[in-house]
Design a protein around this ligand. Sequence first.
Ligand SMILES: CC(C)(COP(=O)(O)OP(=O)(O)OC[C@H]1O[C@@H](n2cnc3c(N)ncnc32)[C@H](O)[C@@H]1OP(=O)(O)O)[C@@H](O)C(=O)NCCC(=O)NCCS
Length: 295
Amino acid sequence: MSGALVRPMREDDLEACERLSSRAFLELDQRTYQRDWPEPTERPESRSQDWVRRSAHLLGTDAAGCWAAEVDGRIVGFATSLRRETLWVLASFAVRPGLQGRGIGRELLAAASQHSRGCLRGMLNASQDQQALRRYRLAGFDTLPQVVLWGRVDRGLIPVVDRVRDGGAADYDLMDSLDRRARGAAHGPDHEVLASQFHLLVLDHNTGQGYAWVDAKGGVACLAADNRRTAQRLMWAALAGSDPDVPVEVAHVSPANQWAMEVATAARLEIHPRGFLALRGMKDPMPYIPHSTLL
Ligand SMILES: CC(C)(COP(=O)(O)OP(=O)(O)OC[C@H]1O[C@@H](n2cnc3c(N)ncnc32)[C@H](O)[C@@H]1OP(=O)(O)O)[C@@H](O)C(=O)NCCC(=O)NCCS
């Protein structure tokens, strides 16, 4: 026993969990980042608000999947997870630096995993943390190395991409179908929270169908398509919206998604290893780029 009390997470825990997560991931980044990357910094205020909004959304849809650990009334760890159809996703998981390695994470993951009962599939983005990887492998997950695509996009390299348009709520049914095909489950209630943080691009044509959630810098935050060429066109359309002076980042590209690395090579983006896609009961989805926490 770790000595921590593991109990259901509450709305009034969210601020403390966000701060804890920001610090735990900063400490992890400081331990694991490549030397030629910019110095890791704490999560900026705007992203903290996104974190709280996303976690509040999960407390609403998946209260039984969200757990907190406390010692003497102070939050020392948490795990949030969601169930979409028959897919279980671990969204976020951290223990306060200094208290890691004492079994608190094991108890939190066991509690959140109860929410996966009846789910054929499981999916999560794992950090480089060896304690995290050990926990996931012991829970039956395969771990596939991912890359991040990064850099400034030279306008002269961007091909003309037609038929990509801005999307909206009327496209959610199409997107749910594409998600079921790629990862075996729709995003369902998650569209709204994604819409509050990203811009939606859609390609819906007889040559292919797909969508991409795009961040403010032109990076792809989540993408699904029914063929590689359509996925590539959507990624180019996202990159075309980037500022030539501001680097874009497309993270969580798994081995089956070489199409994304082809675009990165053509766009002269850098390709760096970072993190793992952890999968249980399913193959590496393709063409698909998972969202960082809603997968
Ligand atoms: C991942 C995390 C939540 C796990 O919580 P924790 O309380 O540290 O985990 P536990 O103490 O329950 O388990 C850690 C396991 O890793 C093992 N471990 C510790 N150091 C290790 C190392 N360097 N290499 C391999 N295994 C290691 C421990 O022995 C233990 O395994 P055991 O239970 O079989 O003995 C926590 O370490 C953390 O917050 N990390 C930073 C944020 C992060 O990476 N979150 C996960 C995002 S996917």
